[in-house]
Design a protein around this ligand. Structure first.
Ligand code: ZN
Length: 297
């Protein structure tokens, strides 16, 4: 029993949480840190932190826990926002309950959010959060939260494919990469037009460890545009999008100083990304010049 406790990676919070949408009381599972539970590995080109499995605790995925999900109506939000839904948001969330539950049922069938969280719960929690930030007003910075949730959903869907090679989440994963890119572009537009600020969010991630801030947003627009370009047909529009994203990435070099908000690792990655985008654009231009796309009838 003692050993069992020692090897745990999560615990259940004592106090009940009450769902602002349906009134259900439930308990939340939280990640225990420390004692070598999390062994940080490399960082990916999408700014995701990878973790090495520990001998004692096995594989630990900290991404599975930051979103609170009501086990009854599936209303979901990051912990800090869950109880802050305003009256009109509650109404919106109430009328879309069946839609929310339907989305998750179609993908995962009978997923029980009272049970200990597994990888499926993690993916579902972010798919739900990306949906539920529609119910929040602009003061909670919903667009960046939808972007982060969509990106993390795509990441965890890829984890599910590693766990079960027969599970086919490829299309869904591509969909969430696309959504993430679109939300990140929206974030930039809303920032520039002063329609939505970052006042409602402390940690821009995109992962749970390092906060890459605004530069992370610029970098991810480049990185996700490049990633999505591999699934799209070659066209002049594709070149335009890659050129636009290259311009966004170049904004990161404007003030060459390395500061706390601008870790040098991010600048190095941005330089590599910039070169990769340049190469891809040239390659596409040559390809389209030598064989123009056939005209559609
Ligand atoms: Zn509920």
């Amino acid at each position: 029993m003692e050993d069992d406790k020692k090897n745990k990676v999560t615990f259940i919070l004592k106090n009940d949480i009450s769902c602002p949408v349906c009134g259900t009381d439930f308990k939340r599972e939280e990640l225990l840190t420390g004692r070598g539970r999390l062994i940080a590995g490399n960082i990916t080109g999408e700014l995701r932190r990878l973790y090495e499995p520990s001998k004692v605790y096995g594989k630990v995925n900290p991404l599975l826990y930051p979103v609170t999900v009501c086990p009854n109506c599936f209303f979901s939000a990051f912990h800090e926002d869950f109880s802050k839904l305003k009256v009109d948001g509650v109404e919106k969330a109430k009328v879309s309950t069946e839609k929310r539950k339907g989305i998750i049922d179609r993908i995962f069938k009978n997923l029980d959010f009272k049970a200990e969280r597994k990888t499926q719960h993690g993916a579902a929690s972010y798919i739900l959060a990306a949906e539920c930030y529609d119910y929040f007003d602009k003061w909670s910075s919903p667009t960046i939260k939808k972007a982060i949730s969509s990106l993390r959903a795509a990441w965890i869907l890829s984890d599910l494919e590693v766990e079960d090679p027969l599970a086919d989440f490829g299309n869904l994963q591509n969909l969430f990469y696309k959504k993430a890119l679109q939300y990140y572009i929206d974030v930039l537009i809303k920032q520039e037009k002063a329609l939505e600020s970052f006042d409602g969010i402390k940690h821009l991630g995109p992962d749970t460890d390092v906060n890459y801030g605004y530069d992370g947003v610029l970098y991810l627009i480049g990185s996700l545009t490049l990633k999505n370009s591999f699934f799209e047909k070659d066209s002049p529009e594709k070149i335009t999008n890659l050129e636009k994203s290259k311009k966004v990435v170049s904004k990161m070099f404007g003030f060459g100083k390395v500061s706390k908000e601008k870790p040098s690792i991010l600048l190095d990655m941005a330089r590599d990304l910039y070169d990769e985008l340049s190469r891809k654009i040239e390659e596409l231009k040559e390809k389209l010049q030598s064989s123009p796309a056939p005209e559609n009838n």
